[in-house]
Design a protein around this ligand. Structure first.
Ligand SMILES: [Zn+2]
Length: 122
């Protein structure tokens, strides 16, 4: 849900882009205008986009939601544990280190779509 200020900013950017020309599609078509709206909203306010969960935000006992891109575990919510190797979740091959999902240190974890801290209502 966008705040009034965010909505105003999105439509201001929409007008700016319309004035600049060069729409990829026709923003007067409903499906296309929804796509344009989302693209602008996420460009202006990245927090509105898909969750970008980082390793440093996760603690043992937290829960994370995995997408369907793993061949060792189905999509869904898993508990995070830790051992001497760091944070991991259980998968069909054993302990799946969360660090394996980092493209580079500090980057959002690949395949992790949400994070619920331990004790938080889910
Ligand atoms: Zn695994």
């Amino acid at each position: 849900m966008l705040t009034h200020e965010q909505l105003t900013a999105v439509f201001a950017e929409w007008d700016r882009r319309a004035d600049a020309g060069g729409w990829e599609g026709n923003a007067r078509v409903p499906e296309e205008s929804a796509r344009v709206f989302n693209e602008i909203a996420i460009a202006l306010f990245p927090a509105l986009g898909p969750a970008r969960v980082k390793l440093g935000d996760i603690r043992p006992g937290d829960r994370i939601e995995l997408d369907g891109g793993f061949d060792c575990i189905a999509a869904g919510i898993v508990d995070v544990h830790s051992d001497e190797g760091g944070l991991y979740f259980d998968c069909r091959q054993g302990r799946h280190a969360l660090a394996r999902q980092e493209d580079e240190p500090g980057a959002p974890l690949v395949g992790v779509i949400s994070h619920t801290p331990h004790g938080a209502a889910s």
